[in-house]
Design a protein around this ligand. Structure first.
Ligand code: ATP
Length: 236
């Protein structure tokens, strides 16, 4: 459903991506791994339309979206979850979710979608009148995911959803992602520093180094690959 070929992105003189190829098939969870500065976030920014590639092509559901404006991509179901802390802290949980429906004119449809999010994330339902800023870190991350779900993504992109969370919560957040994938058939592109956890939940993964793909394969194979275990999983 998503195909990226020869992607190059520069920030001024700095080359962040050089000739990157990647694909996500319908229904897959794909992890993007790699050290700090490898280019993971830049891939998502290019896919969301926040940075313009100098070269390469992004095809989404058979359509060239390389230069499509961000709202057009969201409307087509290519949706990035904003970083956890980017929720509106003075608005309630429910109001934050309503904002996820901004592209949808039909209020009843938005209400239906929010009800689905509450069914999937009952913790949010319990806290619907609570101000976003008073939620715990994990709950804020769930809210950011919930808000993205209101747009009915077909390919959901997440940038380090486990950042700053305690180990138990990392698993909880990734379980929610896996649940969305299973229940809604939503494809997922997941950027994670937590290599071990990501490989447990993903079908396939790409390891980026210096703006290119260093390794790729089924998650199970990569988790057993010496190059991955030595460089990214520690030796324990
Ligand atoms: P991290 O895991 O630390 O978030 P990452 O793999 O997501 O890293 P990117 O954020 O994509 O890496 O950064 C790739 C490269 O581009 C890095 O060398 C980074 O310093 C550089 N870079 C990213 N954003 C900018 C920017 N706005 N201006 C200049 N250079 C940037």
């Amino acid at each position: 459903m998503l195909q990226v070929t020869g992607l190059e992105v520069y920030y001024g003189e700095v080359r962040a991506l050089s000739g990157l190829d990647l694909r996500v098939r319908e229904g897959e969870i794909v992890a993007l791994l790699g050290n700090n500065g490898a280019g993971k976030t830049t891939v998502l920014s290019a896919l969301s339309g926040l940075v313009r590639p100098a070269a390469g092509r992004i095809t989404y559901e058979g359509r060239d979206v390389t230069d499509a404006p961000p709202p057009e991509r969201v409307a087509a179901g290519l949706v990035q979850v904003p970083e956890g802390r980017r929720i509106f802290s003075t608005l309630t949980v429910h109001e934050n979710l309503q904002l996820g429906g901004y592209l949808q004119r039909d209020n009843r449809e938005v209400a239906r979608r929010i009800a689905e999010v509450y069914a999937l994330l009952p913790r949010l339902a319990e806290r619907r009148e609570q101000q976003g800023g008073t939620l715990s870190g994990g709950e804020q991350q769930m809210l950011a995911i919930g808000r993205a779900l209101v747009t009915r993504p077909r390919l959901l992109m997440l940038d380090e959803p486990s950042m700053g969370l305690a180990p138990l919560l990392v698993t909880a957040v990734l379980e929610v992602v896996a649940d969305i994938n299973t229940k809604h058939g939503t494809s997922v592109l997941l950027v994670e520093q937590n290599t071990r956890a990501a490989l447990r939940f993903a079908d396939r993964a790409y390891v980026l180094e210096d703006g290119r793909v260093a390794l790729t394969g089924p998650a199970g194979e990569l988790a057993a690959d010496k190059r991955v275990t030595e460089a990214y999983l520690g030796t324990a």
